[in-house]
Design a binder for this molecule. Structure first.
Ligand code: T1G
Length: 697
């Protein structure tokens, strides 16, 4: 008998129990165990109905992703599910937690499904670059119809138990938390009623209703927009469509063919890397698992501007009270008004009830006095990127805050150690770099100072989880990980325009790679003045920062979307960037002034210069220990800058391209363009010499 799947009888119900932490994934042991337990149940003459139930936090959450890429061991999941469906007696699935992917497919192979009201179901394979490969694309439409099946399978979104019941995916939903008791009671009802074996594969009414409808071409057209550049969603659609054109077992075969196409796609490799990288990043290398974590029950935030307000919302959203401090009442009122407007907008979209809006607003207490911070557990400073101002603030916080309070800065580039030097508690000082808009972007780049204690590092990583962010712990340098690489990409993008490219040509190369927006559209969103101020600060600090045509935009008040003109122009109320002849003339004048003769620049050169300079910088970041692993850099870029998850992150993408060819190109640019940024990273040269990848580190 398998130790991960057991069989026992409870009255006239044969209970098949899966117990394979953490999420009962369908490993080889679970698949074999299910078959063995099913055999036992069929041979048990006193078992009238069989029940599949799971121990732990959830019903089966899918195939065991850790087995992907390894040779598949029989029994394969499709055959296990078909065997369940062919059982000689009714099989009931009792669902709690999240029945996902292969887990839901197992439930669909059962003859009846009951769930706790708190449960959710879903087929999220598309988020891994796959499709439901064990009958989900053929059975779900037979219960829920074409439209809903297409929505669930091409988005991977979960569906709550109540909705799943209404759709016909579930047969019953019960309150309570004891899934075993709920499952046994429901199975007993099936037994008492003498309900028959009811195979989903034999249900035809939903197939007949949608056969020949135009739902597939309508959906395909919609996907062209929503799933631009993606591979799996279109294969999902083809698989579901097969359920309406082919007999069941031919449909299964078609599903398998399409599944194998997805399995072979580089997008599947990228998305699965991103899935695990996101989870691995939360486990800080070198930090003991049992490092104590401080309780953060109240938070102080300094600065009620765009960032401070957005940061405050993250804590209010999870019920943590916030004191929001400003120096002037009108700034405070303005900041609170923006927070309320954001919540009201969510309420208008039905994402929040009005009561929830009020609950969250009540958790944010305005203040004009530092003394109000005397009892908070964590303070996050979110004011101007000006070191002098930040040091004044941290000196004041050091006086006011209780011992053990963590003092964090939301700075996006400045030196955490220098900020900490303004206090008597450098061990409690840390960077918590949120990404704009702070209440939306998932990344939280936590920055350790040289004296930040392990407890503080563990605590800010725990806070990231609590406020539903993806936390990455990085080292302290100019720009940390994300902005340090972004700075290099930005400098190359500007240089490419100096040399003859147009801003829209550069941006298109980046959006074609899969970024949600290009370098210059992003500058217009963030504000041209942000980059301008940083360049001016660095010039004031004596750095040689070359003049740029973007400085001229800032000096002319073309600050981006907020002034409806920046690198691009914007129509009233629109965020759509429109190339502006005025800017092209400004760039031409700048080239003349600089004595530059513009030249034709290929898209390939733009791609290599924008991306390889980032990869070279990423290699230097790894060499210096600013990032512990290449997956940390991948996570920063996927969740902080929209790097396409289906390419796995910049370092994973570089590994797929091949580091040798990247190094050759970096060397060529170093010879032709010069500059520190093109000096090949020693680590890149070492990996190429040793035939290794970033992912091997
Ligand atoms: N396989 C292996 N490990 C998994 C796993 C899986 N499917 N899902 C989660 N884990 C691990 C995860 O790595 C972490 O490990 C721990 O469980 C807790 O996860 C044939 C082909 C279930 C909603 O895509 O969405 O079925 O870090 O931190 O936030 O058609 O995990 O503790 O060592 O995410 O509470 C389809 C993916 C697979 C579901 C729980 N299924 N998982 O979220 O915990 S493909 C999925 C999730 C498939 C079939 C196809 C979430 C969760 P560690 P966690 P959580």
């Amino acid at each position: 008998m398998s130790e991960v799947v057991t069989y026992n009888r409870d009255g006239s119900i044969g209970v098949i129990t899966v117990n394979y932490p953490p999420v009962n994934a369908l490993s080889h042991a679970v698949r074999s165990g299910l078959l063995a337990a099913l055999e036992q149940g069929e041979q048990d003459a006193d078992a009238k109905v069989l029940l599949v139930v799971c121990e732990g936090r959830t019903f089966i959450a899918g195939a065991d992703i850790r087995e992907f890429g390894k040779p598949m061991q029989e029994p394969g999941l499709p055959s296990v599910i078909n065997r369940i469906e062919d059982a000689s007696k009714p099989v009931v699935a009792a669902i709690h937690g999240t029945a996902l992917g292969g887990g839901l497919e197992v439930a669909l192979g059962c003859h009846y499904r009951v769930a706790l009201a708190s449960a959710k179901v879903g087929l999220p394979e598309v988020k891994l670059g796959l499709l439901p490969g064990a009958g989900g694309t053929q059975r779900l439409p037979r219960l829920a119809g074409a439209q809903k099946a297409l929505e669930m399978i091409t988005t991977g979104d979960f569906v709550a138990a109540g909705e799943a019941l209404a759709l016909g995916i579930l047969d019953a939903v019960e309150d309570g938390s004891d899934i075993r008791a709920v499952g046994l009671a429901f199975a007993q009802q099936i037994a008492d009623a003498g309900k028959p074996v009811r195979k989903v594969r034999e249900l035809t009414d939903k197939i007949d209703a949608d056969k020949g409808s135009d739902v597939f071409e309508r959906f395909r057209a919609g996907l062209q927009q929503k799933a631009r550049g993606l591979f799996a969603p279109f294969k999902c659609l083809d698989a579901v469509e097969a359920a309406f054109n082919l007999p069941f077992f031919d449909g299964l075969k078609r599903e398998r063919e399409l599944f194998m196409e997805c399995m072979a796609s580089p997008q599947r490799a990228g998305l699965i890397h991103a899935f695990f990288a996101e989870r691995e990043a939360s486990k800080v290398k070198g930090l003991a698992k049992d490092t104590p974590v401080r309780d953060v029950r109240s938070v102080g935030i300094i600065g009620a501007g765009t960032m401070g307000g957005g940061i405050a919302m993250n804590f209010a959203n999870v019920g943590i009270p916030v004191i929001l401090l400003e120096v002037k009442q009108d700034a405070l009122d303005k900041g609170l008004a923006i927070i309320r407007r954001n919540y009201e907008n969510s309420a208008k979209k039905g994402k929040l009830t009005q009561a929830q809006v009020e609950e969250r607003m009540a958790l944010i207490t305005p203040s004009l006095a530092y003394e109000d911070f005397s009892q908070v557990d964590l303070v996050i400073e979110a004011v101007f990127e000006n070191m002098a101002i930040k040091k004044e603030i941290f000196a004041r916080l050091d006086e006011v805050c209780k011992p053990g309070a963590i003092l964090a800065s939301n700075t996006s580039t400045l030196d955490i150690d220098e900020i900490a030097s303004a206090t008597t508690r450098p061990q409690d000082v840390v960077g918590m770099h949120f990404f704009s808009p702070a209440n939306v972007m998932k990344l939280l780049e936590n920055v350790r100072g040289s004296q930040t204690s392990d407890e503080v590092k563990a605590t800010v990583m725990d806070v990231a989880k609590k406020i539903r962010k993806v936390g990455v712990l990085v080292g302290n340098c100019y720009g940390f990980v994300g902005n340090r690489m972004l700075h290099q990409r930005g400098a190359e993008a500007m240089a490419l325009v100096n040399e003859g490219a147009t801003p829209q040509q550069v941006d298109k190369v980046l959006t074609d790679l899969g970024y949600p927006m290009g370098q210059f559209a992003m500058s217009d969103l963030a504000g041209i003045d942000v980059g301008y101020r940083i360049r001016e600060e660095r010039r004031k600090a004596g750095e040689n920062v070359p003049a740029s045509w973007m400085d001229k935009l800032a000096e002319q008040g073309r600050l981006g979307q907020k002034t409806q003109a920046g690198v691009y122009k914007y129509e009233e109320g629109s965020r759509k960037p429109i190339p502006d002849l005025e800017v092209e003339q400004l760039i031409a004048a700048f080239r003349q002034e600089q004595g530059i003769t513009p030249r034709e620049i290929t898209d390939q050169e733009i791609l290599e210069r924008c991306m390889y300079v980032m990869i070279n910088e990423g290699a230097k970041i790894l060499e210096e220990g600013i990032a512990d692993r290449s997956l940390d850099i991948d996570v920063v870029w996927i969740f902080g800058y929209g790097f396409p998850a289906y390419r796995g992150g910049p370092m994973f993408w570089a590994d797929q391209i091949g580091l040798a060819s990247i190094l050759d190109t970096v060397k060529r640019f170093h010879d032709t363009l010069g500059g520190e940024q093109w000096k090949p990273a020693a680590l890149l040269e070492q990996l190429v010499r040793e035939g290794r990848k970033f992912g091997d580190l």
